[in-house]
Ligand binder design. Structure first.
Ligand code: 13P
Length: 257
């Protein structure tokens, strides 16, 4: 059966002391029962030491961004091979904050996805529409463009080596969550777009939901047939909430389409 996945995106939060407490509480409380994979994405400076602390544990490690380039004169950038070198398994690409604030266009996102694949990292491709786009009724065409730009750049077989995260921009950090029906509809649409390239890949690809995911809305979202897990921002900084979200997925039977 397809594995489910919950990733905590810590964004630009924390310090050595708070990270240590967060990690300790997570590792004590995390049961990782059932068919669930869990990972955390701390900020760059803390990745290497957290990688050491996670050795032999079931919680995986990811980064929040990477350079599309392999190496060289790119001051301030971090390459896929560096992330792999220190023990990352995942890397977020195309998070809406990167798209909105740091100029990550669909093409740049596709290049970053390719750079991750080349180093055998698992890229987590974030896609999502703004509230204006939703109101204008163009959510599905925005999703189609964001996903097909990557497929055309890396090929469908390489898309299958990553994960897709649907994060409606209007639901990120706002406390406003997509309803289970809204999220399911977009996840289904993404699977249909991918299915036009390869149906088997569309069925098997993990597509996870992010955007104000909390313990009290997790179960309703995770019962949806096309939602394979969660990408958690704010609630991943609170160990009890993050663990409760992970528990919600392990106790929620997968919905049927
Ligand atoms: P919040 O859970 O804080 O809304 O953030 C979601 C997110 O952006 C995860 O990548």
């Amino acid at each position: 059966m397809k594995q489910r996945l919950v990733i905590g995106n810590w964004k630009m939060n924390g310090d050595q002391q708070t990270n240590e407490m967060l990690l300790k509480d997570l590792l004590v409380g995390m049961t990782n029962g059932g068919n669930l994979e869990v990972a955390i994405c701390p900020p760059f400076p803390y990745l290497a030491s957290i990688a050491t602390q996670l050795q032999g544990r079931t919680v995986g490690l990811g980064a929040q961004n990477l350079s599309p380039a392999t190496h060289g004169a790119f001051t301030g950038e971090v390459s896929a091979s560096m992330l792999r070198d220190i023990g990352c398994r995942y890397v977020l690409v195309g998070h809406s904050e990167r798209r909105a604030l740091f100029g990550d266009t669909d093409d740049v996102v596709a290049q970053k996805f390719a750079a991750a694949i080349a180093q055998e990292l698992v890229p987590v491709l974030c896609v999502g529409e703004t509230m204006d786009e939703r109101r204008a009724g163009i959510t599905t065409s925005v999703m189609t463009k964001q996903i097909t730009t990557v497929i055309k750049h890396v090929g469908i077989e390489n898309l299958a080596r990553g994960v897709v995260a649907y994060e409606p921009v209007w639901a990120i950090g706002t406390g406003e969550t997509a309803s289970p029906d809204q999220a399911q509809a977009v996840h289904r649409h993404l699977r249909e777009v991918i299915g036009a390239f390869d149906e088997r890949i569309a069925r098997n690809l993990q597509i996870i939901y992010g955007g104000s995911l909390k313990p009290d809305n997790a179960q309703a979202l995770f019962t949806q047939p096309d939602i394979d897990g969660g990408l958690v921002g704010g609630a991943s900084l609170d160990p009890a909430s993050f663990i409760a979200i992970c528990d919600a997925i392990t106790t929620t039977p997968r919905g049927t389409a």
